[in-house]
Design a protein around this ligand. Structure first.
Ligand code: C2E
Ligand code: MG
Ligand code: MG
Length: 719
């Protein structure tokens, strides 16, 4: 390779000598351009890789000559030639940027080419180094990571631009400062200062990662979550000469992780802790309570009638109600307590650090109270109540599972006791629950195994003493427990939904039996069956009634459906618009079946509500009939109810007539119909058939003539 060298030499003899040295026949390393003046040289710099200049120039003298050249070509290495007596100038030139100087006396064959060659090599090497450094600089400034380096004494030597932005110091400001001045780290959780890892990496001479969850405190005091590592820098001999730290802002990623873990632990609808987090908190609370010998309470809160609201008003309204409930529950507890959603309409409240179990009563009462207030959701004023079960640590259990289960059981008992109330767990509840569980299991097979039967109780015309109808009452012939009454299994069937298929069977069986009696020539009676509110909510209820009547060939007027007042009024209380039940009832009326309001007087009956429903019959609850005596309270109520039925043009049936005295009073006040043990207990179908035969033959269940005589003699006595 040939190097083009520019020679600036005014003295011809010297120039010839130099040319001679550089352009040997055997060596074609150099191609020399010779000019005599500096100004000429400046015009010929193109392609030149080295300059040899004699500083003794006519146009520009000494160092000025050098400065001019150096200024024009800062990256071309310059070798200056000087007179032996002027070595000082040579040194000054080197000081100003010349690569080297050579005494004119030493222009012998080998020295000059050697000096030139090494000068050109050095220049090429430093050019390459410069390029490499530049490449590194650009790279470091264009990566997203912040890079900081220090020397061995932990003073800053470098910051890339990301580091400048992130830390808030410019490289210029930071260089030379101890690293502690520039970089401050704290632990995100404890907020304690974290030792600068660069000092450590230098001391230990090994790469280390930052402590997890580390935050950088920026120059302006704001904080960013960062993550990354530090490594020592070594020289050629392996000695540590500094450290480099690479880190990046993970605030967004960390926020995302936090958000994800929040989502995993919270219920998306109410943002309350979910079941999993509740469980963790409960375990944590148990550990703390153990350590500090404190009590804690688990309150299981379940909304009454929520399913009904959800089904009838739609899920959006149901969701709105749950959110409203969540907000209110949170107002009932201290900030240290936990309110969580267990699922569906079930919430759990954890009360920490209680002194007495009774402290939970205060919260439970507050919860019931805030739930009772109407909830305004989607233009509906919703009325709900809650049932609360309470289990306390350590009295009712020492582990999370037991406490939750027992609070749930207690809640169940609160519901059974009539809702809108709270109950503490009691040990008997366990036995009752397992008993109930086994009954529920058996009930699943009861229909298939034909264990269910209908008993019939006559309804009497009190004026004539004749049987005018029958109420079908369900019985369960349990293989081990014997004959079970509806009170022992209907609530279970309602809870687990079995009531729907059981109800269908009852309807079918009662209609079939009725038809059998009709075919046997019995006078046209009506049969009443009891319908629970759960059944009424099944959309195809009415159409099923229609189909069954058709299948059995029974006139609709022969079938009466008894609905409890509480069932209907629950519906009214829950909603502003009692659409659902009223609709079903109207549909049933259109079919032509009779509707009776059962247990009348025990619920929240109001006349205005009554008028809304197409009811044919009121059945006065036996609690009033039982207490009928002379002019007691009940007598007044019964008289009132009889009058009310008459006004509303409804038939009135007195339930639970057990004594002659009750019968007398009822007849005296014109109660048209009655039912009760006084006439007959509910009996199996064949037996009821015999009652019907005797009745048809004129032997009534009570002697109406003698009753009239008694009444007459009373009236005479009174007169
Ligand atoms: P209910 O409809 O009010 O039925 C009247 C209840 O009073 C019956 O109890 C009957 O045996 C009882 N009873 C009749 N006369 C007298 C009396 O003079 N004195 C006394 N103390 N009680 C009398 P039972 O059969 O135990 O039924 C209880 C409740 O179970 C019924 O009350 C009804 O609400 C429900 N039920 C019965 N069968 C069915 C059914 O097939 N489906 C549904 N959903 N519920 C049913
Ligand atoms: Mg009934
Ligand atoms: Mg009743």
């Amino acid at each position: 390779m040939t190097h083009r060298v520019l020679l600036i030499e005014n003295d011809v003899a010297t120039a010839v000598a130099i040319l001679g040295v550089l352009t040997q026949a055997w060596d074609e390393s150099f191609e020399v351009e010779w000019v005599r003046r500096c100004s000429e040289g400046l015009a010929r710099l193109d392609g030149i890789v080295a300059i040899v200049v004699d500083l003794d120039q006519p146009d520009n003298r000494g160092l000025d000559t050098f400065d001019t050249l150096f200024h024009a070509a800062p990256r071309i290495p310059i070798l200056v030639l000087i007179d032996p007596q002027d070595e000082k100038t040579g040194k000054l030139a080197v000081h100003r940027g010349a690569q080297d100087y050579l005494l004119k006396a030493h222009l012998e064959r080998l020295l000059l080419p050697k000096a030139l060659r090494s000068m050109i090599e050095r220049a090429a090497y430093s050019e390459a180094l410069f390029e490499e450094k530049e490449r590194a600089r650009v790279t470091l400034n264009s990566i997203g990571d912040a890079v900081v380096s220090t020397d061995a004494s932990c003073h800053i030597t470098y910051l890339n631009s990301t580091a400048e932005d992130l830390i808030g110091w410019t490289q210029k400001e930071a260089v030379g400062h101890p690293v502690e001045d520039v970089l401050h780290f704290i632990d995100a959780e404890t907020r304690a200062a974290v030792h600068n890892p660069m000092t450590q990496t230098i001391l230990e001479d090994k790469a280390i990662a930052l402590v997890p969850n580390c935050m950088l405190v920026r120059r302006d005091g704001t904080e960013v979550s960062i993550e990354d590592s530090v490594a020592p820098i070594h020289d050629r001999r392996g000695e540590v000469t500094g450290a480099v730290m690479v880190f990046h802002d993970v605030s967004a990623a960390r926020a995302k992780t936090l958000r994800m873990s929040h989502l995993a632990q919270h219920d998306s609808l109410t943002d309350l802790p979910n079941r999993a987090l509740l469980h963790d908190r409960l375990n944590e609370a148990i550990t703390l309570s153990q350590r500090h010998q404190r009590k804690l309470a688990v309150l299981f809160v379940d909304l009454d009638r929520f399913k009904h609201i959800n089904d009838s008003l739609g899920h959006a309204t149901g969701d709105g109600l749950l959110r409203s409930v969540a907000r209110r529950l949170s107002t009932c507890v201290r900030s240290s307590d936990t309110v969580g959603r267990h699922g569906g309409d079930e919430f759990v409240v954890l009360l920490w650090d209680m002194r007495h179990s009774q402290d939970a009563v205060v919260t439970a009462s507050k919860i019931l109270e805030v739930l009772r207030e109407p909830h305004y959701v989607n233009n509906h004023n919703l009325h709900v109540t809650g049932s609360v079960g309470i289990a306390t640590y350590p009295d009712d259990g020492t582990d999370a599972e037991t406490l939750m289960k027992r609070a749930d059981l207690a809640m169940y008992n609160a519901k059974e006791a009539g809702r809108d109330s709270y109950r503490f767990f009691e040990s008997e509840m366990n036995a009752r629950a397992s008993d109930r569980q086994s009954l529920e299991e058996d009930l699943h097979f009861a229909l298939k195994r034909r264990e269910l039967v209908l008993y019939y109780q006559p309804k009497m015309n009190l004026a004539t003493g004749a049987i005018i109808g029958a109420e079908a009452l369900l019985r369960w012939r349990h293989p081990q427990r014997g004959l079970l009454l509806p009170g022992q299994f209907i609530p279970i069937a309602e809870d687990c939904g079995l009531i729907v298929s059981i109800g269908r069977w009852v309807l079918h069986e009662a209609c079939r039996q009725m038809r059998t009696w009709q075919i046997a020539g019995q006078p046209p009676l009506s049969v009443a069956i009891n319908i629970s509110a759960v059944e009424l909510r099944v959309p195809e209820f009415a159409s099923n009634v229609r189909a069954t009547l058709a299948e059995m060939g029974l006139a609709p007027r022969c079938l009466e459906l008894e609905l409890t007042e509480t069932g209907l009024m629950d519906d009214l209380r829950a909603m502003t618009e009692p659409r659902s039940f009223a609709c079903v009832l109207t549909e049933l009326k259109e079919i032509g079946v009779l509707l009776a309001l059962d247990d009348f007087g025990t619920g929240y009956s109001s006349l205005s509500h009554l008028k809304r429903f197409p009811i044919d019959t009121l059945k006065i609850d036996h609690s009033f009939v039982r207490d009928l005596k002379g002019n007691g309270d009940s007598t007044g109520i019964v008289i009132g109810l009889i009058g009310m039925g008459r006004c509303l043009r409804m038939r009135v049936v007195a339930e639970g007539v057990e004594t002659m005295e009750q019968l007398e009073i009822l007849t005296q006040h014109g109660c048209p119909e009655g039912q009760g043990y006084f006439f007959s207990r509910p009996v199996p179908a064949e037996e009821f058939g015999r009652l019907l035969e005797r009745d048809a033959a004129g032997t009534h269940l009570f002697d109406q003539i003698s009753l009239e005589e008694i009444l007459l003699s009373r009236r005479l006595d009174a007169a």
